[in-house]
Design a protein. Structure first.
Length: 358
């Protein structure tokens, strides 16, 4: 079954289809991850995006029950060089092809993903579509007319609060498109979790008397979530805060900094990050298209704690007055290296220290 990948600049690639037989439009991005395609596809930070895998073979170990980062993925499509038609792994339950069919996500294989990635690196992320052969003729005109949505967080956040019971610290988790691995790491530290929608007002959060608040990852432009920025301004100083990815960007905006869109983003498992105070280098999992502008940071309020080794972008900040810190990368490491898991322990220690002051 032939399928076409069409880019906003008029470039197109012919390939073989797998997964769902549907036409889609989205933002084309690439990830350099060498493994963890199940976690990548089910990461809600890829909402509305067509994911290009730079690793040449995808699907060779199938899909299992343990590696979901969400149950209902919302990426738009999957682009690979080679789709492994037969999976071989003791945990395999279904093939990648069958999984994408069930989730109504189309895939396209046989693409020169190196050429595609070079184009994205040169020209930046852009609109793209995956279409069937019979719909190819008018697909480019349709693509040019498409306006991509800006309410990604609303699409992926939980609509109602729910608990994840534990016996330790009471932590409120604000869901901007969370990965299950964040809940897992907090649960491993015996936290009693309450997950709340992205637009929960500050008074509702504080009424729960949390020991700490987690601001999760999520998709899109942080400036499209103004209600979250206002909420952070109202709770900081009253409760310890730990932010990850989109949560990091929202926290920076809440404290007067600015954010901007990266040319092609950081997506992969091999991004080196330096902790400024110690010089320690952690290899990290990252998935974001926006970054905090270092020149906009108010040095009286925020301290830059981490930077990306490759391009020098801001990877972490800490508030100078309040118990709050955030990082751009994913310390939950699913998939990815475990170098930064210690940050969850630092969050626990911060909550303990604030408890002792009461």
């Amino acid at each position: 079954m032939k399928r076409w990948l069409i880019l906003e600049d008029g470039t197109y690639f012919e390939g073989e289809g797998f997964g769902a037989e549907t036409n889609v439009f989205g933002e084309i991005v690439f990830t350099t991850s060498m493994t963890g395609y199940q976690e990548t596809i089910t990461d809600q930070s890829f909402n509305g995006q067509i994911i290009t895998f730079t690793y040449p073979m995808v699907g060779n170990y199938g899909i299992n029950r343990d590696d979901y980062e969400s149950i209902a993925p919302t990426c738009k499509g999957v682009v690979v060089k080679e789709h492994a038609r037969r999976a071989s792994n003791w945990r395999n339950l279904i093939s990648l092809d069958e999984f994408l069919k069930r989730k109504e996500i189309p895939g396209i294989a046989g693409i020169d993903t190196r050429a595609l990635t070079r184009k994205i690196r040169q020209h930046g992320t852009m609109k793209a579509s995956i279409v069937s052969e019979e719909d190819f003729t008018h697909a480019y005109d349709q693509l040019k007319a498409v306006v991509l949505p800006t309410n990604q967080v609303e699409q992926v956040s939980t609509s109602k609060p729910y608990p994840s019971p534990g016996i330790g610290h009471n932590v409120v988790v604000i869901d901007f498109g969370l990965k299950h691995s964040i809940l897992r790491e907090l649960s491993n530290r015996n936290c009693n979790l309450t997950v709340l929608p992205y637009n929960t007002p500050a008074e509702t959060i504080l009424e729960l008397a949390p020991d700490g608040v987690m601001l999760t990852n999520g998709p899109g432009d942080p400036k499209d979530v103004p209600e979250a920025i206002e909420m952070i301004q109202q709770i900081q100083g009253k409760v310890p805060i730990f932010g990850i990815c989109l949560g990091h960007q929202l926290f920076a905006l809440a404290n007067g900094a600015d954010t901007y869109k990266l040319k092609f983003g950081h997506r992969g498992l091999n991004h080196p990050v330096r902790e400024i105070a110690t010089g320690r280098i952690d290899f990290t999992s990252q998935n974001h298209g926006y970054a905090v502008d270092e020149n906009s940071i108010d040095s009286k309020r925020l301290l830059v704690t981490h930077v990306e080794v490759n391009d020098g972008t801001v990877e972490g900040v800490r508030h100078k007055k309040y118990p709050a810190f955030t990082v751009q990368f994913h310390p939950d490491a699913a998939p990815g290296p475990h170098d930064a898991l210690h940050l969850f322990d630092e969050f626990i220690e911060m909550m303990d220290a604030e408890k002792e002051k009461r």
